[in-house]
Ligand binder design. Sequence first.
Ligand SMILES: NC(=O)c1ccc[n+]([C@@H]2O[C@H](COP(=O)([O-])OP(=O)(O)OC[C@H]3O[C@@H](n4cnc5c(N)ncnc54)[C@H](OP(=O)(O)O)[C@@H]3O)[C@@H](O)[C@H]2O)c1
Length: 396
Amino acid sequence: MAMTAPANGPRRITILGSTGSIGCNTIDLVEREPDNYCVEALTANRNVILLAEQARRLRPRIAVVADPTLYHALREALSGTNIEAAAGEAAVVEAATRPIDWMMAGIVGAAGLRPTLAGVRQGAIVALANKETLVCAGELVLREVRARGATLLPVDSEHNAVFQVFDFEQRDRVARIILTASGGPFRTRSLAEMRSMTPEQAVAHPNWRMGAKISVDSATLMNKGLEVIEAFYLFPVRKDQVDVIVHPQSVIHSMVEYIDGSVLAQLGTPDMRTPIAYAMGWPKRIATPSARLDLASIGALTFEQPDLERFPALRLAREALDAGGSAPTVLNAANEVAVLAFLDRHIGFLDIAKIVGQTLERIPRIEIDALEMVADVDRQARAIARETIARGRVIN
Ligand SMILES: NC(=O)c1ccc[n+]([C@@H]2O[C@H](COP(=O)([O-])OP(=O)(O)OC[C@H]3O[C@@H](n4cnc5c(N)ncnc54)[C@H](OP(=O)(O)O)[C@@H]3O)[C@@H](O)[C@H]2O)c1
């Protein structure tokens, strides 16, 4: 297994999605120990200005925007440097194939699948924030991880917490994984109130500052559903061994229960630099500037069962995991379309889960054993979800 310490000079790294919340937090840590890293590639979707600023500071060999129309803007923004500029989806994947030791997979959505796989295929350590990669193609990604000897390290705070307390030597002694959920901004809202919630209210997460898509997913609890699927692929447990509990303070990031009744947990303040640093330094810990946990000032930690009536997305995700095959791919694609439509104010908050449910009902489940099949199912699900939205056919 690849090791992390920059024993023979700086570690060569690539940051996919460098302009996002995860990407910026990763760069913050890189810039605190600049001599330990040598940056190969930075990638973004459309944010040329921030990408170019980051590139001028970190001096990667290449900077890439996924939107091909922005090639000239990027080149212009990098003029006077010797940093290569490239644009387009294929260019993002190409940049991700360039040899590195460590990659941050920080793109949001299924768009991250191929570039993340490119990192896996070179046998690198891949710090996985992009949970959609595992949701839409879990079996295929794991097959590649095993075949290429890559190392997948979970960055999602819940999975990172589980990773820190999961005893892989005694996997048969694990009773269950308990993922904690903050409950999101609408935890205490009634269904009637949720109907009129705006994108601004949905992205205002009580504990974490994150990108818009994951923030909406947190408000619907789809995020926890995606994480249940992600946990099933990351850890050697059965599907029914992944539980969810709502814990509004987000202090316990997740837990593992063992057959003797012991429950091990990882705790911390809600700062993604802690799990990112764990994945950067693994197997050693590295220092972060994250605020320290002050339990006395927090006072009380509370817990409750998730309410599947008000948050049906969590139930849909579980059902998709149980169904297997193409169902999680459909779930993820329909959710991406619906979240975007909600952010663009074309549908209401409660319509998101309805569109996902209706898309799942309309697409027959098939077995998936090739990447092209994932792409086909993803396209089909997006088309159906978009059609449902365009025709205003969301059934209330
Ligand atoms: N934020 C968190 O605290 C957090 C916690 C746990 C897990 N995650 C997971 O980490 C991933 C990233 O989340 P985030 O919150 O950092 O998202 P974000 O702030 O929206 O950033 C997403 C990044 O991906 C890029 N991107 C978007 N669409 C793309 C496309 N089609 N092709 C290539 N690049 C694209 C964006 O570029 P532009 O800036 O140019 O749009 C940006 O760099 C998600 O899978 C999320 O679920 C995030």
